[in-house]
Each structure stands twice: as structure tokens, then as C-alpha cells.
Design a protein around this ligand. Sequence first.
Ligand code: SF4
Length: 223
Amino acid sequence: MSRMRSCKRCGTCCSKGGPALHTEDLPLIDGRHLTIPDLITIRAGEPVFSPLVNTIEPSRSELIKLAGQDDSWTCHFFDQAQNLCGIYANRPLECRLLKCWETADLTQVIYQHCLSRHDIIPANDDLWELITIQEEHCEFAKIAALAAEFITTCNSTTQTEIGRIVSLDLKIRQRAIQLRRLSVAEELLYFGRPLFKSLAFYHLTLHEGPHGITVHSASSLGA
Ligand code: SF4
């Protein structure tokens, strides 16, 4: 049986998520090839598909990736009807290196020289103050630790603390939108995806009631 040695354009790699961008890709973010709405921030610790382990894992560092389509991870530039890349001639480094029959070239660059918001958002942007508050008080690592504790103990103080952090993340975004009228795409670059979107990874579900946000164990709801 012959082994695959060339790209069959099946689109599987493009459906697993857009690439993380590296310093080599910085010239592409020139407002012509890639623009702000094409990008999304993955915050450190956020659950994300990793080509290194071929599954979802907490991101080992902050990343800037090409955005997905609607609520899926399928790359923003992937034309699903025609199985074509919309920016093939100017595709980022990871896309140029990826050969699904031989992944060594790609795995060598994963998490190496990755772009972060500091490479894209000017240092004097007044939204850095809110980004810093989010980084200090809404860490994915903290949510992961609290979620593990809550799933084991059902401790109500821990449950309240998770709800408080998820609410704070939303309040920070609302404040930024008030200040700057950010579009959804701009919000996803400045602040990444809202924390509540990742709760399922920690086996939690979110409920919004008259007294605010609460989280619950997904298994307790299904029981
Ligand atoms: S930029 Fe092109 S090749 Fe890369 S993931 Fe997106 S559609 Fe696929």
C-alpha cells in the first residue's frame, strides 16, 4: 500500500483550527494580508487544540491564532465548499510547514517564537489596563485549579469564586466595549474568548440567574 506523500487537500488540518502565528508571520499583519478581525488571542492556559498532542490541552503560552468560523475552530480562511485556502500564497508559517504525513517540521516550531498581544497591540493603547486586570484576576490556571477542587468537594465557596471570576471576565469586556465600541472580532483579539466558553473543558456548566452567574458540575446536572 503506498503511503501518502503529498497534500490531498482534504482540509482536515484547516478544520482543526487556524495556525498560531510566529515572528516570521508578523509582516503578514499589515492590514492587507491579515487584519485584526482575522486574529484571535489564546490566553496562556486556555484549552486549545494542540498539534503536538493532537488533542485539546491548556495552551502552554499566550498565542495569536487565525480566528475560526462562527463558533467552530475551522480556520477563518478555509473555504469548506471548495476545500481551498483563501490566503494560500500568503499562508502563515505553520501552514507552510504542515505535512500531515510528516509532522517533524511543524512540531519543531510549535510554541517557538510565537506572537502575543504585545507584538500587535501598541504599548500606549489604553485598553492594556483592562488586559492587565484580566491577566491578573481571570487566569485559566486558577479556573482549572478551582474547577478541579469544586468537582471533588462541591465546596460552595469555591463555586462562588469560579462564578465571580467568570463574571469579572465579562465585566472587563463590557467596560472595554463601553470605552471603545469594540467589535466582537476586536474583543477576541484584546481579551481572547470569554472564560465561560471554556467551562465545559473543566466539566462545568454556567447558569445566569437573578443573582448573577453560578457554575455547576456538568455531571451533577446530568445525574
Ligand atoms: S491559512 Fe489556509 S492553509 Fe492555513 S489553516 Fe487557514 S485555510 Fe488552512
